[in-house]
Design a binder for this molecule. Structure first.
Ligand SMILES: [Zn+2]
Ligand SMILES: [Zn+2]
Length: 79
């Protein structure tokens, strides 16, 4: 049986991380049912939540600037 680590993130999501593959897996490449050898909890959040909390993509910023350019005509008021 392959050994897995059950990791609990601060966002309360659980992940099974393969710690070591058994000989069966290296031959058949069929995953065994998760055999949790170790449990750990981390302060970090999982990858999915990181994606949700990630800052907006650079191109989103460019879209916003495009909108600003439309309103840039108001700068004519300076004259
Ligand atoms: Zn295995
Ligand atoms: Zn999460």
């Amino acid at each position: 049986m392959c050994k897995f680590i059950q990791r609990q993130y601060s966002c309360r999501h659980l992940r099974f991380i393969a710690a070591s593959w058994c000989v069966d897996y290296t031959v058949t490449h069929i995953r065994c049912p998760p055999n949790v050898a170790h449990f750990e909890s981390v302060e970090d959040i999982c990858g999915d939540c990181k994606l949700k909390m990630a800052p907006p993509a650079p191109w989103e910023h460019m879209i916003k600037r495009k909108n600003k350019q439309e309103g840039s005509s108001s700068s004519v008021e300076k004259d």
